[in-house]
Ligand binder design. Structure first.
Ligand code: ZN
Ligand code: ZN
Length: 259
């Protein structure tokens, strides 16, 4: 299977991606995408995190650059202008206002507070994971998000797919099924490589035990490159690797652009 649209693309503003904005667009055109969604990590007003996301002061420049490129390449590719955003209850008013300035949001839940006191990519506790699940559930109910990005993000840090991880898979799949919001199979996780989780060599994501549970629910699945370099958009081979990893599971895929 191929997918010629992608809603998960970053820019150098987030502090851990590289390349000029225009290089991302040119790479996507070269790779044959018909739609490219730009979704850099959103800022929080007055709370800088230079290695994790753009500053509030960079937001307007990001939007201006994306609008310019959307227009410039409109005859070659359909560019959507978005952001990757957590759903943090204490910041919800700012988030609602920010949502109105872009075409779409993807829900990437990296932390429960804008200051990122606990990043879920570390070995976080069951109590932390409870925040992860319940904040995402509220986010999906908010109607602000196009899809749920890397739903098993926490597997980067978890030593094993424990009981709370099982619960996360069930609750997030049930919520995505109920709301009709697609779940992302994140292709960047494959580039991290496999490691021993105590039950075999697995990727952090797509993490097969997680998707075995998701496959029991009527959830729509979509691939997301989560590109942090322009070249990463060329990696259609990652879909083959994901397919191999998830072989035999009854997953339903989004076949057309979402909007
Ligand atoms: Zn990132
Ligand atoms: Zn991302």
């Amino acid at each position: 299977m191929k997918q010629n649209f992608n809603y998960h693309t970053h820019t150098a503003r987030c502090g851990h991606a590289s390349g000029e904005d225009e290089q991302y667009i040119l790479s996507a055109i070269k790779a044959g995408y018909k739609q490219l969604g730009m979704s850099d990590h959103r800022p929080y007003k007055g709370i800088p995190a230079p290695r994790d996301r753009m500053n509030w002061e960079q937001l307007q420049g990001y939007l201006d650059s994306m609008h310019y490129l959307k227009e410039k390449y409109s005859d070659q590719i359909d560019i959507k202008i978005g952001l990757e955003s957590e759903f943090i209850p204490e910041s919800v008013e700012e988030t609602v206002r920010l949502r109105k300035r872009v075409d779409y949001f993807i829900l990437g839940q990296h932390s429960k507070e804008p200051e990122i006191l606990v990043d879920y990519c570390f070995d976080c506790s069951a109590e932390d994971l409870e925040y992860y699940i319940s904040d995402i559930e509220q986010g999906l109910d908010s109607g602000m998000y196009l899809y749920l990005a890397h739903p098993e993000y926490f597997m980067i840090g978890q030593p094993t797919f424990n009981e709370k991880c099982v619960e996360a898979a069930h609750r997030l799949a049930a919520k995505c099924a109920a709301t009709g919001i697609p779940m992302e199979i994140n292709l960047k996780g494959i580039s991290f490589g496999k490691r021993d989780y105590g039950n075999g060599m697995l990727y952090p994501y797509p993490h097969r035990p997680f998707w075995e549970i998701v496959s029991q629910y009527p959830v729509k699945c979509i691939y997301g490159w989560d590109a942090h370099t322009p070249e990463f958009l060329q990696r259609q081979d990652l879909i083959e690797k994901a397919e191999k990893e998830l072989q035999g599971l009854n997953l339903q895929f989004v076949k057309e652009p979402l909007f």
